[in-house]
Design a protein around this ligand. Sequence first.
Ligand SMILES: *Cc1c(COP(=O)(O)O)cnc(C)c1O
Length: 378
Amino acid sequence: MKPKILPADPKAGYLAAAAEIDAAIQRVMQSGIYILGEETAAFEKEFAAYLGVSGCVGVANGTDALELALRAAGIGPGDKVLTVANTVTATTAAIAAAGASPLFVDIDPATMLINPKAVEEMLTRLRDPRIKALMPVHLYGQAADMPRLMELAQAHHLVVIEDCAQAHGATVGGRKAGAWGQLAAFSFYPTKNLGAFGDGGAVVGSDSALLEKLRLLRQYGWRRRYVSDLHGRNSRLDEIQSAILRVRLGRLDLENAHRATLAARYLERLRDSSFQLPVTTPGSTHVWHQFTVRTSRRDELKSRLEQQGVLCGILYPVPIHRQPAFHVAELTLTETERACAEVLCLPLHLGLQLADVDTVCDLLLAAGAATKTASPHP
Ligand SMILES: *Cc1c(COP(=O)(O)O)cnc(C)c1O
């Protein structure tokens, strides 16, 4: 049996900087302070500086980051939030947890990101004053068309909250993902480009009033200890994860560059295949959280590779509006539904080398993904 190539490998992020991470953990253990101390404050400052925003508030995970960002921006019951259906449930779960409802928009078939034309069409067709916010998802490591989306949001008085859980370090129009909207949410789940070794998340932005409100919301609404000024929650990033994230943030650009090297090899090796390959929009930097191809033979190729020790992911197999918990019966999103039926995420992570990419490509090409003219089912 050949060695397994996994779809993700969070341990590789530890091994790449094990001595520094161990030292960071020891530093926290010896400090005697484990929640909301110096490490979290320092990470928040360093991450905000990296992104080019004025502030960052560490929270317990990415879903909380999205929900608390909505709450801080005053989005709640009766409000509608424009977003996409080809995302992890977390995006929609956060909107529901804030008491608002999602309004799904179709995607651009080339990038599989929210389609500004579909946003504009929906806003002008519905003219619904309950539409209060826009939540673009920077899927697979590529930022949505933020210059155009910000114009639309301004014209229609929408709050913009970016879901940056898959786009740490991505840029568009010379600006980082997370530095466009009023607020942006990050996840530090272990498999993300900037991953902790446990749960973690953050909300970032440059509006000091919103950031102050988030600091209250993450800890019972306290401005003064034991006195709640707001209905807050407990959603905190802990000191150990913060200390680890400081080490990993220092390596993020290097690690994203490694991902880009692997992605370039896939693009070169699969250039003449029957797959629809990922495209990077001009003027943007892709950080390759996933390398997602499209093929009508998705399920067959996935199981063939699996038999040979290569595990691929499918992000995401069922669009949110077709999931029981969030089902919207009368809604058809043609491009979203097509993408969910065809996407296949090839292994791409820190634990892989170019030779591993070659192994995956050899298997795919041998399985008949060789030419654009190959018939779908022999
Ligand atoms: C991972 C992810 C989230 C949720 O993050 P958690 O930390 O797991 O709560 C939200 N949105 C997207 C697009 C994600 O990939």
